[in-house]
Design a protein around this ligand. Structure first.
Ligand SMILES: C[S@@+](CC[C@H](N)C(=O)[O-])C[C@H]1O[C@@H](n2cnc3c(N)ncnc32)[C@H](O)[C@@H]1O
Length: 254
């Protein structure tokens, strides 16, 4: 799966959903002025932007393994400590933050429990770890129509439904396995408007994430079949896509 893409391509594909999600997510996590926070798997900075608004840049750290995203985040957020690296091996000291957040990242971690445990390690006792993952396993994620069309046109193709945290209750199970306490399991939903079918389809052709990888590997005929299947499944334009994310917070204990 590829996140070796430009921040602009990411923004047009996933940023349109993750930016409004970040507004709800920091509320859910209870982030407030005076705290220090780390954005794990920050991408180009949908959530980092919200954290900087609320906490000031010097109180925010961010980390991502994607070189173009790290570069974009460094440029966009002077004063934020933006690192290159993985959740599973965070380059921060124990108890460094009041809150550690991972928006739409746990399902991409090689070892989600290790990643969440690391987020707990860098968070002070009493602090909060929170994460969210799209409902890829039900019908509620932003890419549901796309993956339904893929299954119709190419039943052998894989999708994102089996990724960790994508089914109801699984993200909370991962939090428990990582040793987090007082676990709260919730759902956040954003609604994104599309004026035309092309506005919806074009971002899938930018090579971002598993969906973009899938489209990039198709020949012309298969891509046109998939595009037509998507057009059949979507309502007539203009339309809205509602996207829901399983969202969990847990407390770090001493
Ligand atoms: C869907 S994007 C989410 C980006 C951003 N948090 C947002 O909400 O827009 C997933 C991000 O997870 C990053 N990622 C993948 N594996 C990771 C890992 N093991 N640890 C931390 N981040 C990871 C990717 O590079 C990518 O930026």
């Amino acid at each position: 799966m590829s996140f070796n893409v430009s921040a602009d391509a990411y923004g047009r594909f996933m940023g349109q959903y993750s930016e409004p999600l970040a507004v709800q997510f920091i509320e859910y996590a209870g982030v407030r002025a005076g705290q220090r926070a780390v954005d794990v798997g920050c991408g180009p900075g949908a959530l980092t932007a919200q954290l900087v608004d609320r906490l000031e840049a010097e109180a925010v750290a961010a980390i991502d393994p994607s070189a173009p995203f790290v570069e974009a985040a460094r440029e966009r957020f002077p004063g934020v400590d933006v690192r290159s690296g993985d959740a599973e091996d965070l380059p921060f000291a124990d108890d460094d933050f009041d809150v550690a957040l991972a928006q739409l990242v746990v399902h991409f971690m090689t070892d989600p429990v290790a990643g969440l445990r690391e987020m707990g390690r860098v968070t002070r006792p009493g602090g909060i770890v929170a994460a969210c993952v799209w409902d890829h396993s039900g019908d509620g994620g932003p890419l549901s129509t796309f993956w339904r069309a893929v299954r119709e046109t190419d039943p052998q193709a894989g999708d994102e439904s089996g990724l960790p945290g994508s089914r109801e209750g699984h993200l909370a199970e991962l939090f428990a396995a990582a040793g987090l306490k007082d676990i709260d399991d919730s759902v956040l939903t954003v609604t994104v408007p599309f004026a035309t079918f092309d506005d919806w389809w074009e971002p899938y052709t930018l090579g971002v994430g598993p969906a973009g990888d899938h489209v990039a590997k198709l020949g012309d005929a298969a891509r046109e079949d998939l595009q037509a299947a998507c057009a059949r499944l979507l309502p007539a334009a203009p339309f809205e896509v509602a996207a829901s994310a399983w969202t969990v917070r847990g407390r770090v204990t001493a």
